[in-house]
Design a protein around this ligand. Structure first.
Ligand code: GLP
Length: 249
């Protein structure tokens, strides 16, 4: 299903409301969370909604999608730091309920295996939130990642390093590798929401809309899932057929 709104604000409110509805319907829900510029206004909305509704978060569990390798947890661009800043430090969520892949693990392969296992042990993801890279990556699953992969180490593409370079003071500081939930883990979520905003996502969203399932476009794996909502603003949806606007497909 495609949901297209005019503004980023509307996209963010809709997405945050869906997250809140999931928590209200199932206080022990397991949420898969994403990072990136797209999610900043989503989390700002969610924090506001949670403050107003005084929801009990004590039984909630979260698993983040990905993390850079080699950045300390206090590095301003680590995803652990990002999540603290935008969400976790602003909510009364038990710290032991929050999980991120450990980009500083001594044995990263063991850490990857343990991460996918921990998600399964928690009962699986009820809702997976996703952004999308300009090359179609989800999490950090770059083009041509095997769709059967579980949590794994990935070498970041030059396009992704360039895109994410805007968050670092110098391009050379952008890590070369990351840990990411695999496509298989993502597809096992009960429900998936992919959010795309801004004109830089227009080309890839049109490719995703028109194309088939293809490992060259990681987000196309979502076409195999039965419960996916793709939420866009008018800029990200600019190259989609007009009849999709405001409606479902
Ligand atoms: C990053 C993250 C992804 C995110 C995507 C889009 O590299 N690993 O999880 O969805 O790229 O980021 P942004 O929202 O900043 O465009």
């Amino acid at each position: 299903m495609y949901k297209i709104f005019e503004t980023v604000d509307e996209v963010s409110r809709y997405t945050a409301q869906r997250l809140l509805d999931t928590i209200l319907a199932k206080p022990e829900a397991v949420l898969g969370l994403a990072t990136g510029g797209t999610m900043e206004p989503v989390y700002a909305q969610l924090v506001g909604m949670l403050e107003q509704s005084a929801v009990d978060l004590s039984r909630l569990t979260t698993f983040n999608l990905d993390e850079y390798i080699g950045l300390s947890a206090s590095h301003a661009q680590s995803y652990r730091y990002y999540m603290g800043q935008h969400l976790f430090d602003r909510l009364s969520l038990p710290r032991e309920s929050v999980h991120l892949p450990d980009g500083n693990a001594e044995d990263v392969d063991a850490a990857c295996r343990a991460y996918s296992t921990a998600i399964q042990a928690a009962g699986g993801l009820d809702l997976q939130l996703l952004g999308i890279g300009s090359n179609g990556h989800i999490g950090f699953n770059e083009p041509h990642t095997d769709f059967s992969c579980r949590t794994h180490v990935i070498a970041l593409s030059e396009q992704t390093r360039r895109d994410n370079g805007r968050f670092f003071s110098d391009q050379s500081e952008v890590p070369t590798h990351a840990l990411t939930l695999g496509i298989q883990d993502i597809l096992e979520a009960e429900e998936i929401m992919l959010v795309a905003t801004g004109s830089k996502k227009a080309a890839i969203m049109a490719e995703l809309y028109h194309g088939g399932v293809d490992e060259a476009l990681p987000a196309s794996a979502l076409k195999q899932h039965h419960n996916v909502t793709i939420v866009m603003d008018s800029q990200a949806a600019a190259l989609l057929p007009r009849q999709e606007e405001g409606g479902a497909a």
